[in-house]
Each structure stands twice: as structure tokens, then as C-alpha cells.
Design a protein around this ligand. Structure first.
Ligand code: GLP
Length: 241
């Protein structure tokens, strides 16, 4: 696991953007795995900037997001589809039909999980997966206790995760209880992974990610076994290493 230490959130976003742009320009038909949450917002702003300045095009790119809430329609401002449209997709030339998220509003969610897996497989797998890190070590929405061999599945969100994400919703009761997420095994099949982490509140999680034992109780710990993981972290996030 490579660790790139940067000064702050802005530098984390900038460094990662440079890397993503380099890969997108280099690869023939790049497949990107994307994440939501507050951490990648700066990266998306930077990517839009690079696109507008003509340094990169996304017209040959396919993207797969990690996760989506169950029960929120695509036009719900709290859905991850809405987030991605607002924060990235609406501002770049990524073809609309190449930007995939699981659909948490499907009736047959088991089928949706299978179909999502198939789409990823048919795309030839993810070249570069962007990850954030939950305070409890979750990646995507794979909460502690998720099997390392899991594929795309439905999860019950941890009380702590609902609490952490409640800031985006009018009240705690509005935070969905379930989500659909790529599984840990699905994520581990990505050829490269870049995990972004910023701020002191994540310092314990980063410590466990890097030095802790590999256990399903801390899902991100499995990344220690991946051949090509880069953690881009700022001083605050690295303060416990
Ligand atoms: C959310 C998302 C994750 C994200 C994590 C951290 O629940 N499902 O993909 O990485 O929590 O969020 P943040 O970046 O806001 O700290």
C-alpha cells in the first residue's frame, strides 16, 4: 500500500485529479469506479476544471459508482445519482449511457445487484477505483461484518453511518436504512485503487487501515492485500501514524 502524504484537502484533490487525468488520457477505454460522500467533491471540482481547460475528455470513459441508497429516486436530491449528476456528470462530456450507478429504486433489488455485477464484468472490470473511508472502516457501504467475498448486495446501514450521513437529510428519520453497494470482492477486482482521506476525524480509521489486522470487522483492512492501492491522505488524516 503506497501512502502519499499531502498538506490538506485541496492538495489531496489536486494530486488525485492529476492521477485520474493521466490514466484517462493514457487508457484506451478507461473504466472508472467512483465514490460519493464529501471526500471526493474536491476531486470532482478539479476534474471539471481540467475538462473545461481542455486537458482531458471523458467521451471514451465508462464509470461505475460504488453505491446508492435504497428507496430514493434518481431525482431525489439525496440520491447518489443526483449527487453525481450535480457534482460531476452534468459538467463533463461523459456519455450519459456510460455512467452507471446501482438503482436503489428498483422493485427487484436482487436482480439489480446481479445486473450491476454483470455490467461491471462486461465492461472488462474497473481500471481505477476511487474510494473514501467510513469512520468505521466501511468502503462503499460495506459495513463492519460484511464478508470479504461479497459481491454487489443490499446492506442495512449501521446506526453510526446513518448518523454520519444525517447532515445531508432534513431529519434522521429521512436517512434511508438500506443501501445497495458493490461488494468487497467486487471492489478488490479493480486493477488500481486510490483511497482518499482527509481530516483528523479519520486519523483512527487510517491508523487501523494501515496498521490494523485484516478483519471483516474493519472492511477497508482488506486493501492491505490488494496489489495496487494508493492512499492519498492529508496531514490530519495521517496524524496517528
Ligand atoms: C458514505 C459513502 C462512502 C464514503 C463514506 C465516507 O457513507 N457510502 O462511499 O466513502 O461514507 O464519507 P465522507 O467522505 O463524507 O466522509
Amino acid at each position: 500500500m503506497d501512502i502519499i502524504s499531502v498538506k490538506d484537502y485541496y492538495e489531496m484533490s489536486k494530486k488525485t485529479c492529476e492521477y485520474v487525468v493521466d490514466q484517462v488520457n493514457k487508457l484506451d477505454r478507461p473504466v472508472l469506479g467512483l465514490a460519493t460522500g464529501s471526500t471526493p467533491e474536491g476531486l470532482y471540482r478539479q476534474l471539471i476544471g481540467q475538462y473545461k481547460e481542455g486537458h482531458v475528455s471523458f467521451n471514451h470513459v465508462t464509470t461505475f459508482n460504488l453505491d446508492e441508497y435504497v428507496g430514493l429516486a434518481a431525482d431525489d436530491p439525496n440520491s447518489y445519482r443526483y449527487y453525481m449528476n450535480e457534482k460531476l456528470f452534468n459538467h463533463i462530456d461523459l456519455p450519459e449511457d456510460r455512467a452507471f450507478l446501482p438503482n436503489g429504486d428498483e422493485e427487484d433489488l436482487a436482480k439489480e445487484c446481479r445486473d450491476y455485477e454483470m455490467l461491471i464484468r462486461d465492461s472488462g472490470h474497473i481500471d481505477l477505483q476511487i474510494l473514501g473511508l467510513g469512520l468505521n472502516g466501511h468502503i462503499g457501504f460495506n459495513e463492519p461484518g460484511t464478508a470479504f467475498d461479497s459481491r454487489t448486495h443490499i446492506v442495512e446501514l449501521d446506526a453510526s453511518t446513518r448518523q454520519a450521513n444525517a447532515r445531508f437529510f432534513p431529519t434522521m428519520d429521512d436517512v434511508p436504512e438500506k443501501a445497495i453497494t458493490m461488494g468487497i470482492d467486487t471492489i478488490m477486482e479493480s486493477k488500481q485503487i486510490v483511497l482518499l482521506v482527509s481530516g483528523e476525524k479519520k486519523a483512527d480509521a487510517v491508523h487501523q487501515l494501515v496498521n490494523g489486522e485484516i478483519t471483516e470487522e474493519f472492511p477497508a483492512s482488506i486493501l492491505q492485500k490488494h496489489q495496487n492501492v494508493t492512499v492519498v491522505a492529508d496531514k490530519g488524516a495521517l496524524s496517528r501514524l
